[in-house]
Design a protein around this ligand. Sequence first.
Ligand code: 5GP
Ligand code: ZN
Length: 121
Amino acid sequence: MVDATPASCLFCRIARGEIPSRSVFQDDEVIVFHDIHPAAPVHLLIVPKRHIDSLLDAEADHQSLLGKMLLLAPRLAKEQGASDGFRLIVNNGTGGGQEVFHLHFHVLGGPRPWRQMSIGR
Ligand code: 5GP
Ligand code: ZN
């Protein structure tokens, strides 16, 4: 599903400010906030404000948005203290372990060890 901005979608609601988040960046297209259950000292979620279920639904029209999201990852990882690198994870569909069906990039970094969880295995 693309752009339906479902009323009940968790990340659409966070993007609209209806549910609070610890955001570190936002503009008209993207919001970035801390994961509520961090798996690493730095664990950010880069989320497009328009609703896209996952990369399985991405289209040519999303190219610049996806590029912006990719370029935000190293910048915000460094700003938030992941000074020596970061991991970028995108879970897509149930087979990919996705739990929130609104596209998001996980940015993980900071001093190890990191908590083991389903992402990043
Ligand atoms: P997924 O498994 O879909 O790739 O990841 C979903 C992520 O969203 C999980 O890491 C989970 O901790 C995070 N998450 C779920 N609900 C909330 C919430 O209400 N606020 C924030 N900030 N993160 C959430
Ligand atoms: Zn959504």
